[in-house]
Structures are given as structure tokens and as C-alpha cells.
Design a protein. Structure first.
Length: 121
């Protein structure tokens, strides 16, 4: 779990540092989406202990949903809509997919699993 999420974090760090313009951001988003979807697929392939099987599945669903949501960010960047990009970024904390990811992680932590870099704030 920790190594899978580490790849997600690394992709977002690269995306944040590489996206110095809206054009670059639009080019970066598909890679971020691919990383999120690949990680979700890997999570689905795991055989977690029964007590975290549900949260593991929810986490994978949340990652896929957020990957889909990033279409909005990419579209705003492609359109040169800096305000749309700012709005997307501002609304991340209230994004339903992020809520699913955080709730799944919290359930795993409550059940005694150390998620390392996945720990919710």
C-alpha cells in the first residue's frame, strides 16, 4: 500500500513542479490520471486482509473517481482558463473523490494499518 501510494505522490510532485504554465499543466494531467488509475488497478489486484478489503476497494474507487475529476483541470488548462484551474485547486478539499480516499484511509488506520504517506491530514 505504501509503495503504491508513493508512486501517486511522486507523480503529483513531478506534475506540480513541471507545470509552470497552463499548457504544461494540460500535458501533465494525463500522466497523473494514468498513475491514479494504475494504482487503483494494483490495489484491486491485492488480496488484503478481510477487515480492510472494503476500504481497499473504496480507496481504488476514489482514486479512479479523482482521475476522472482531473479532466476538469485539464480542460481548464487547455482552454487557458487560469481562473478555472484556481477554482479546481481551491475545491480539492471538498472533492467527493478525495473524501472517499480519506475515509478509506481512516478506516484502515483505525483497524491498525500503517499507511505511511497515505495518512489523512
Amino acid at each position: 500500500m505504501q509503495s503504491l501510494y508513493g508512486s501517486v505522490q511522486a507523480a503529483f510532485r513531478r506534475g506540480g513542479t513541471e507545470a509552470s504554465s497552463l499548457v504544461q499543466l494540460a500535458r501533465t494531467v494525463p500522466g497523473l490520471q494514468r498513475t491514479l488509475r494504475d494504482t487503483a488497478d494494483e490495489l484491486d489486484e491485492l488480496r488484503p486482509p478481510p477487515e480492510v478489503d472494503g476500504p481497499n476497494h473504496e480507496l481504488a474507487q476514489g482514486l479512479r473517481a479523482y482521475a476522472d475529476d482531473l479532466d476538469e483541470l485539464r480542460d481548464a488548462a487547455l482552454d487557458g482558463n487560469a481562473a478555472g484551474v484556481r477554482t479546481f485547486n481551491h475545491n480539492v478539499r471538498t472533492n467527493p473523490a478525495i473524501d472517499v480516499i480519506e475515509e478509506a484511509a481512516e478506516q484502515m488506520i483505525r483497524r491498525g494499518y500503517d499507511l505511511g504517506p497515505l495518512r489523512p491530514d
